[in-house]
Design a protein around this ligand. Structure first.
Ligand code: AMP
Ligand code: ZN
Length: 137
């Protein structure tokens, strides 16, 4: 895909600090290191976002993400957890429209903010039932 940064990395047109590569997937350090050791798992084939991504390749990508998280937990000093995140579409923070997964090591006082508001009890049972109807797959 023209002008896609991750396609350029896949095609070795721009460099990356690669930690894993096979025929379907490449993984490298995120250029901006939200925390030390922040990695990306990128599918070599261009899919705009997770919803249009080939199932088999996506399954492979999440398994690689798991392996990287295990490696991070074993090797990075001070690590206390890992966030495995995918941003789908701009509204959710996706800035590069080529499917990828973030594997972000967590450290005490790392200042990274990934939080959910506590909305427990704010939705009625009826509202939750309507959501279940809409979301059942
Ligand atoms: P997202 O916002 O979920 O689309 O994530 C895109 C990520 O790609 C950001 O965390 C960027 O820091 C990262 N990024 C952008 N350009 C590069 C690059 N050339 N090499 C490595 N990571 C990059
Ligand atoms: Zn691409």
């Amino acid at each position: 895909m023209d002008n896609c940064i991750f396609c350029k990395i896949v095609n070795k047109e721009i460099p990356a600090k690669t930690i894993y590569e096979d025929k379907d997937i490449i993984s490298f350090l995120d250029i901006s290191q939200a925390t030390k050791g922040h990695c990306l798992v990128v599918l070599k084939k261009h899919f705009d976002d997770i919803t249009s991504t080939d199932d088999e390749k996506l399954a492979k990508a999440i398994l690689i993400a798991k392996k990287i998280a295990i490696r991070q937990l074993k090797t990075l000093d001070g690590i206390i957890g890992v966030n495995i995140i995918n941003n789908t579409l701009e509204g959710a923070g996706q800035t590069i429209m080529h499917t990828h997964i973030h594997i972000i090591p967590r450290y005490k006082d790392d200042k990274l903010v990934i939080g959910f508001p506590n909305n427990f009890g704010k939705n009625s049972d009826e509202e939750l039932d309507i959501l279940v109807k809409k979301l059942k797959i």
